[in-house]
Design a protein around this ligand. Structure first.
Ligand code: 13P
Ligand code: SF4
Length: 327
């Protein structure tokens, strides 16, 4: 129940998000936030949240936030008994692979990803048959079954480093065609691609960038490397969600646009009040399935638990661990 006590307890949290959540809406969130904070203690649980979570999740209940790479790295260090992954299913699977002993919960197991859905394990086996001896670098936005058929994983934050670490002249990069092409533009390594796309980032066009610049003189354009290559070519900088956030912190541009999912700008702007954000963002319907009431429900009922076949998990983990070993 929403009491004066509860509102007082959660008031310091509201201070963090007051620029992005209207005061009128706060009572809707405060009760769930208060309950989640208590449940985390009771269950000895931590919440790992991706940069695309809404601000009340990202700033008010998460213990660890970041891009896919940071979440995978941090998942190896978790001490708690329970991990709640506030993100999409492949992220929860990665956390489980790296913590097979722990209970990993996802607040809505339907939170998928168009990239993960674009390829199957059988497709990867066919690619290997077609290109014998060519290493397969698989984006973490993929299922455990696909990771299990791969040689090494990568994220948008380390893809170039991973490709170049292999010491070969050709690699296969699955499943994101645009990430693969954006990496190919930065290396001498030949990159063979797959036709998977992120349904959020593929919608940005080069014409959008030109319009943005015309309408917002001086704006700095940051793009996620899942955007089409012609968008990245017109942007001032391309990087993972963590890289974009770090860019804003470091450069403090007067005016910036993040060509990515909508919650990114909400989360980043909270920490940089002097930066003005232009917001032509796209929503990820999968990320948006994760809400405060569902996180609360996950901790109350200890569902939905992420499970992976142990043999498959072992093979998939090898691809993720190889990635984490590349310094
Ligand atoms: P990051 O690894 O850059 O956070 O990207 C994950 C993702 O799903 C982007 O759409
Ligand atoms: Fe997948 Fe794109 Fe959503 Fe990221 S933003 S989870 S890549 S659909």
């Amino acid at each position: 129940m929403l009491t004066a006590d509860l509102l007082e307890r959660t008031a310091p949290l509201y201070e963090r998000v007051r620029t992005v959540i209207p005061a009128m809406e706060w009572p809707v969130f405060a009760e769930d936030i208060d309950a989640i904070l208590a449940l985390k203690k009771q269950r000895n649980a931590v919440i790992l949240a991706h940069n695309y979570m809404t601000p009340e999740i990202f700033h008010c209940v998460a213990d660890i936030v970041g891009d896919s790479l940071a979440l995978a790295r941090e998942a190896t260090k978790v001490d708690a008994d329970v991990i709640v992954l506030a993100g999409v299913h492949f992220m929860a699977e990665t956390a489980k692979m790296l913590n097979p002993q722990k209970k990993v919960l996802i607040p809505d197991s339907r939170a998928g990803c168009s990239l993960a859905e674009s390829i199957t394990a059988a497709d990867v086996r066919l690619m290997r048959e077609k290109h014998p001896g060519v290493p397969i670098v698989t984006y973490v936005n993929s299922t455990a079954a696909v990771k299990a058929e791969s040689d090494i994983c990568c994220t948008s934050g380390n893809a170039l480093k991973i490709v170049e670490s292999l010491g070969v002249d050709t690699v296969i990069m699955l499943p994101d065609e645009y990430l693969a092409k954006n990496i190919a533009a930065q290396t001498k390594v030949k990159v063979l691609t797959w036709a998977g796309h992120c349904e959020v980032h593929e919608r940005f066009t080069a014409a959008d960038v030109r319009t943005l610049r015309a309408e917002n003189p001086g704006v700095i354009v940051l793009a996620h490397p899942e955007c089409p290559p012609e968008v990245v070519a017109e942007a001032d900088y391309a990087g993972s969600t963590a890289d974009m956030s770090a860019f804003v912190g470091r450069e403090q541009p007067a005016k910036v646009v993040l060509l990515t999912e909508c919650s990114m700008a909400d989360n980043v702007c909270v920490n940089h009040p002097k930066v003005s954000f232009v917001r032509p963002c796209n929503l990820c319907p999968h990320m948006k399935r994760i809400t405060l009431p569902k996180i609360r429900h996950a901790l109350e009922t200890m569902t939905e638990e992420v499970t992976i076949d142990p043999v498959l998990m072992e093979r998939a983990r090898r691809s993720v661990e190889r990635m984490l070993e590349v310094k």
